[in-house]
Every structure is written in structure tokens, then in C-alpha cells.
Design a protein around this ligand. Structure first.
Ligand code: PRP
Length: 182
């Protein structure tokens, strides 16, 4: 069974939703006079952005990007390729980039460069998890952060291990034997 593969729950479903309500309240207040465009990156942020958009009390637009990394090169160069661009024009709009996790920061830095070049009115980041221990990129404008996460491989609530475990309602750590067996 799915839950039997988990050694430890780091953030329960209740903890995630309580924190998400706080983030949504802050976003609703900060963007009260605007209708921001929430830009999300497939696939990890899927659950987070779905719950976040339903928790905010302001009208928001939603759009998606998909990217792929150039294999192991990403770890050093941050080279990623856009495989699905936004449908919306963002020039002059208030854009909030929504991520499930920021790890090295290379993906977010690439996305910021790409989005900034299109001249949005404002551009901020909202991430559920922040793994600062592995950060390579100097500074990222993270305005909304759910949880600081230790340097462990975590799954659930959108985060995968070999494309599995995204559908766990909480965030946890896999049992070592599950990882060893695959
Ligand atoms: C994850 C996450 C971020 C990125 C963060 O995506 O959604 O986009 O990694 O890592 P970084 O800060 O080191 O660049 P992943 O590549 O696992 O794809 P997925 O969203 O489809 O799971």
C-alpha cells in the first residue's frame, strides 16, 4: 500500500492546509487591488497551486509552464528547456510564480529570467518548501514560503520519486528499502 512506503511524515495534511491558509491570506491582502496571474510549473506544484488558488479570497488567473532539465548538466549550469510556455501574455501584469520546492534555486532563477524579460508589472515567488541547505543561486525574491525543509529527499503533495508518490496527501520520507528496491 502507498502509505506503507513512507518512513516518516514531515508535514501532515492538516499542517500543510493550515500553512496554506496563512499564505493565501497574505497573498489575498498583498494583491487586494489587483488580479494577479499565478504561474505554476508542472508537475510538482500541481496540488499546491490547486489548493492555494481555492484558498485565496481574490480573483486570480492561472497559467502553467513545463520545463525539462538537460540531464545532470542542470546541477551545475541550471540549463533547462521550456517545453510548454504560458498561454497568457504577462506584460504589465502582476505575476506570482508558484513552486512546490526550491532546492538549488536554478529552476526558479531560470524561470525568473524568462518571465522578467516579458516585462511584468511585478514578479514574486511563492514556494511551499524551501530547502535552503542546497541553495546555489545567491538571491531569490521568495515572498511567500510554506516551510523550510531539511536536506532530505521528500515526496508527496506533488513531489515525486520516479514519478510516483505525488498523490500522497502529506509530505514525507520514503523508507530506504523502497528506494533501494527501485
Ligand atoms: C522540482 C520543483 C522545482 C525544481 C526545484 O521539479 O518542482 O521546479 O525541482 O529544484 P531546483 O531548485 O534545484 O532547481 P522537478 O524537476 O522534480 O519536476 P516535477 O515538478 O515534474 O516533479
Amino acid at each position: 500500500m502507498l502509505h506503507d512506503h513512507i518512513e516518516r511524515v514531515l508535514f501532515s495534511e492538516a499542517q500543510i492546509h493550515a500553512r496554506l491558509e496563512e499564505l493565501a491570506a497574505a497573498i489575498s491582502a498583498d494583491y487586494a487591488q489587483t488580479t494577479p496571474l499565478l504561474v505554476s510549473v508542472l508537475k510538482g506544484a500541481l496540488y499546491f497551486v490547486a489548493d492555494l488558488t481555492r484558498a485565496v479570497s481574490i480573483p486570480v488567473a492561472l497559467d502553467f509552464m513545463a520545463i525539462t532539465s538537460y540531464g545532470s548538466a542542470q546541477a551545475t549550469s541550471g540549463a533547462v528547456r521550456l517545453i510548454k510556455d504560458l498561454d497568457e501574455e504577462i506584460s504589465g501584469r502582476h505575476v506570482l510564480l508558484v513552486e512546490d520546492i526550491i532546492d538549488t534555486g536554478l529552476t526558479a532563477a531560470y524561470l525568473l529570467r524568462t518571465l522578467r524579460a516579458r516585462d511584468p508589472a511585478s514578479l514574486r515567488i511563492c514556494t511551499l518548501l524551501d530547502k535552503t541547505a542546497r541553495r546555489i543561486v545567491d538571491t531569490l525574491p521568495i515572498s511567500y514560503r510554506g516551510f523550510e525543509v531539511p536536506d532530505m529527499f521528500v515526496v508527496g503533495y506533488g513531489l515525486d520519486y520516479r514519478q510516483l508518490y505525488r498523490n500522497l496527501p502529506y509530505i514525507g520520507v520514503l523508507k530506504p528499502e523502497v528506494v533501494a528496491a527501485t
